[in-house]
Write a protein of this length. Structure first.
Length: 198
């Protein structure tokens, strides 16, 4: 925070018993991280406790300087599991009131949808992103919840997310919901060091 130099993100992934399951590390060069900040393209590498890479997530660069509803400005995340084998995509969709995403399979067919809250900057409450079936848009499958941790949520540099889905959900869709959490984090909750007011 003193140098205002953005560093690679690192995430600890724990199960509901608070046991470490995976480690996710960002693999982005210094120039890209510090030039594009929260809009940066990135590669996230998911490793197990033995250090084996089991999943890769890639976000390409998308310019956001033109119309918000332009398809070329929508954010996208490709999920590969194992690395090199694409299992699906998380696509951002423009919406006036809330965050909306689609979870697509490897053929870019919509399978699930994610609907965020009207305001992701909720002070004093959790931000809940509901995961529903893309076919009917109402059957609740699970959720991605950014937990409110008091003032640490507002001022700190660490966030806590809970991901919920049924145990019998297809393993590829579990991985896709997991990947969607990282795109949501970068789009709504990532904080870059503040620049001087000059």
């Amino acid at each position: 925070m003193i140098t205002r130099f953005e560093t690679n993100n690192k995430y600890d992934i724990k199960n509901n018993l608070d046991q470490m399951v995976y480690i996710v590390t960002e693999d982005t060069d210094d120039f890209t991280r510090n030039a594009y900040r929260t809009l940066r393209p990135f590669v996230l590498r998911v490793t197990d406790f033995m250090g084996r890479e089991i999943m890769t997530m890639q976000r390409p660069f998308r310019c956001t300087c033109c119309c918000f509803c332009c398809p070329a400005t929508r954010q996208e995340l490709e999920v590969q599991c194992p690395p090199g084998i694409t299992i699906g995509f998380v696509m951002d969709h423009w919406n006036l009131c809330r965050a909306v995403y689609s979870i697509q399979n490897e053929k870019k067919e919509n399978v699930l949808s994610i609907r965020g809250p009207c305001s992701t900057y909720g002070c004093g409450s959790d931000s809940v992103f509901e995961v529903v079936k893309a076919i009917d848009g109402v059957s609740n499958i699970g959720s991605i919840i950014r937990k409110w941790n008091g003032l640490m949520s507002a001022m700190g540099n660490a966030d806590h997310f809970d991901i919920h889905f049924p145990l019998d959900l297809d393993v590829k869709m579990k991985a896709m919901i997991f990947g969607a959490c990282f795109l949501i984090d970068f789009m709504y909750f990532e904080r870059s060091p503040q620049h001087s007011s000059r």
